[in-house]
Design a protein around this ligand. Structure first.
Ligand SMILES: [Zn+2]
Length: 90
């Protein structure tokens, strides 16, 4: 029986056959929560699902899409915002 923290369904189980031939279950850490759109709450694309420490080591261009409100608003909400502000979308 694994320790209580590993019994959670958020931990993924992987059945592994060890070199000795015994079958074991390996547990993989749950993924970090995806960044959400500030308006609609949809998961954002182009924003990695990693820990804050790993994000710190990434270059700025890998942390969010390089456009206005990138990493804050989703593409749909940005389009609506730009239409409301009367700015032409390319
Ligand atoms: Zn949105």
């Amino acid at each position: 029986m694994p320790r209580p923290a590993l019994r959670s369904t958020s931990w993924k189980r992987k059945k592994v056959t060890t070199p000795g031939g015994t079958k074991k279950v390996h547990y993989t850490k749950p993924k970090n929560a995806a960044a959400k759109c500030a308006q609609c709450g949809k998961a954002l694309h182009g924003v990695p699902r990693t820990t804050a420490e790993k994000l710190k080591k990434l270059p700025k261009t890998k942390k969010r899409p390089e456009r206005a409100y990138g990493g804050n608003l989703c593409a749909g909400c940005l389009k609506k915002k730009l239409v409301m502000e009367n700015i032409k979308v390319a």
